[in-house]
Design a binder for this molecule. Sequence first.
Ligand SMILES: [Zn+2]
Length: 142
Amino acid sequence: MIILKHSFLIDIKLFLLTLLKKNWLDKKGYYYHLSTLKEYQKINFNELIKNIHDELKKCVFIKNLKGDYTVFLSNYGAFGSFNKPNIVYANLQRKPEEISLTIIHEIIHLMLEKDDSFKRLNHEEKEKMVEKRFKELTQVND
Ligand SMILES: [Zn+2]
C-alpha cells in the first residue's frame, strides 16, 4: 500500500537537505526546488493526493505491490528521493502523472536497494538499473 502525505517538518528537512546537496545536484544536472509555489496556500492536498492515487492505480506493478510505502509530497527537493527502507519524497510542483512516475521510480530504488550487489553500484549504474526495471515493470500497463 502507498500512503501519500504532506508534512511541514518534512518540507523543512528536504529544504535543508537540498541546500546541503546543492553542489552535487548542480553537478549532476538535476532539477530541484528550493522555493515554494506561489500558489502554495491554494494547494488542495486531498485533491492532489486523490489524483496521484488515481494515476498510481493505473500501474499494475503498483496494484500488486507488497509492503507499505509512505510518500511525502513536498515543495522542495529534487523530483524524487528516498529513505530506506520505505520512505519516498516526491516534489509536488508537477502534474499528478509525472509525480506518480517519480514515485514508481523511487519505489523501484527502494526494492533494489535490498540487494547487496545493487548497493555496490555507483549512482549512474543504479539509475540505469532502475530505469531498466521501470520499463519492465510498467510495460504490462498498455
Ligand atoms: Zn533514480
